[in-house]
Design a protein around this ligand. Structure first.
Ligand code: FAD
Length: 414
């Protein structure tokens, strides 16, 4: 079979691969994207519940704090291609953006398809060749050329970018192939584990509240009674446990059998005061209705009162001291033991991947193999929920593309 030769081959047509292709194709290099699936960006399409939370309005110094202990690695790429640069790229193609109250940025249409369409249009305009149904199965590096075998044929190139994503949601095409390809080129892989996932808990009794989201809740994680981590954000009750940004961004610290404390209506000191006022102002009202003043969903209040055997129909004015105490306890500190963290297939991101020790953060080039680059989730990077992972996919792709262009310039000069 004849080998197709390109200047650059990009493995994976997710947001990272497509954006690298757009930046390289526009310069006249012969660029090919090999994609395993029958279409591009399947994970991008389902991102943010198909609304695509593309980035975050966080000031850049705070932005990099959302990558845990990987912030020093991501820093150069994020500063090289910032959230402002990303939005400006898409605005030039007519995309408007909207920001929610937590700084999450979405296309104003709330359609991830619009983002993907721009990337595909730009690829077409810059002559990028995308080959679908073309899973890359092996790669070798010989005489400064990469030789790839894929389901669709044999390919050769001078520069290779691996953008195959992580392990989560394998039906979107990202099922860990990039780890094997990287290993075959001398790289080590940090064990992939789920990131950004829901948790199920023992003795869960809030099934009735499944689907309820409560804004700005304090959640604290304990192990052996020691505080491990804390977070404050929106909490979502599921059929088996807890989710929502406050949990997703805490879950990199979560282990089975840890204890999680939820301060539904604030800590007990504050609640003491609030509750006193509620009783004073609502003496004639029953306690369930008075509790609605805490701005909590009625379904949640009813479930909590029912589970803890508190009669919510008693008038506030006649509530006994011990009932008041119990109510305050329940609403200020709800504790669960963690039974199970979602597995990697259902997590929103993968922690682990190509080891950062073997990649140059300023260029995304391999330290092991010249002219081999990585970008996006295939690397051992996982950001918080809130648009950080997509920004990383785009920023790291831009860094890899810039580095290849710099190398080409140097070749022309010499
Ligand atoms: C349900 C869900 C919702 C999400 N929502 C958000 C969000 O709102 N905001 C946010 O910032 N992040 C979100 N994320 C995370 C974000 O989508 C990913 O971090 C991002 O898509 C990673 O981009 P990538 O290009 O590195 O990899 P991917 O998007 O995973 O793309 C990798 C591509 O490589 C291809 N590929 C894999 N192996 C091969 C092979 N052997 N040969 C050829 N091609 C191959 C795959 O088919 C795929 O097309 C979400 C993730 C999930 C699962």
């Amino acid at each position: 079979m004849k080998e197709s030769i390109y200047d650059v081959i990009i493995v994976g047509a997710g947001p990272s691969g497509l954006f690298a292709a757009v930046n390289l194709g526009a310069t006249g290099l012969k660029v090919c994207v090999l994609e395993k699936m029958n279409s591009a960006g399947k994970k991008l399409l389902i991102s943010g519940s198909s609304q695509c939370n593309i980035t975050n309005a966080d000031p850049i110094e705070n932005f990099i704090e959302h990558f845990g202990n990987k912030k020093n690695f991501v820093k150069k790429s994020i500063y090289n291609f910032t959230p402002v640069d990303l939005l400006s790229f898409f605005r030039k193609s007519g995309i408007e953006f909207t920001e929610d109250r937590n700084g999450k940025i979405f296309p104003a249409s709330r359609k991830s398809r619009d983002i993907l369409d721009v990337l595909l249009l730009k690829c077409r305009e810059s002559g990028v060749h995308i080959v679908y149904n073309s899973a890359v199965t092996s790669v070798e590096n010989k005489d400064s050329l990469f030789n790839l075998k894929s389901v669709s044929g044999k390919y050769g190139c001078r520069y290779l970018i691996i953008c195959t994503g992580g392990l989560s949601f394998p039906m979107t095409g990202s099922s860990g192939d990039g780890y094997r390809l990287s290993e075959s080129l001398g790289h080590s892989i940090v064990m992939p584990v789920p990131a950004l996932h829901s948790i199920s808990v023992y003795e869960y009794f809030l099934q009735d509240c499944s689907g309820i989201s409560v804004p700005d809740i304090n959640v604290i994680l304990f192990r052996d009674r020691k505080k491990i981590a804390a977070n404050r954000d929106d909490l979502l009750f599921t059929h088996a446990g807890l989710s929502g940004p406050v949990i997703l961004n805490l879950c990199r610290y979560v282990r089975k059998d840890d204890c999680i404390r939820i301060e539904i209506a604030g800590v007990s000191d504050q609640l003491n005061e609030k509750f006193k006022n509620l009783i004073l102002k609502n003496g004639k009202s029953d306690s369930k209705n008075a509790l609605l003043n805490l701005n909590l969903p009625e379904r949640l209040i009813i479930s909590l009162l029912k589970h803890y055997g508190i009669n919510g129909s008693e008038k506030c004015a006649v509530l006994k001291k011990e009932i008041i105490k119990k109510t305050i306890e329940v609403f200020s500190s709800l504790e669960f033991k963690i039974k199970h963290a979602d597995d990697i297939k259902t997590a929103m991101a993968t922690a682990g991947g190509v080891s950062l020790n073997e990649v140059l953060s300023g260029s995304m080039e391999s330290k092991k193999c010249a002219n081999l680059f990585f970008s996006g989730e295939v690397l051992d990077i996982d950001g918080d929920t809130g648009g950080y992972n997509l920004q990383w996919a785009f920023s790291s792709a831009k860094t890899a593309a810039d580095s290849i262009l710099k190398k080409e310039m140097q070749l022309k000069i010499h």
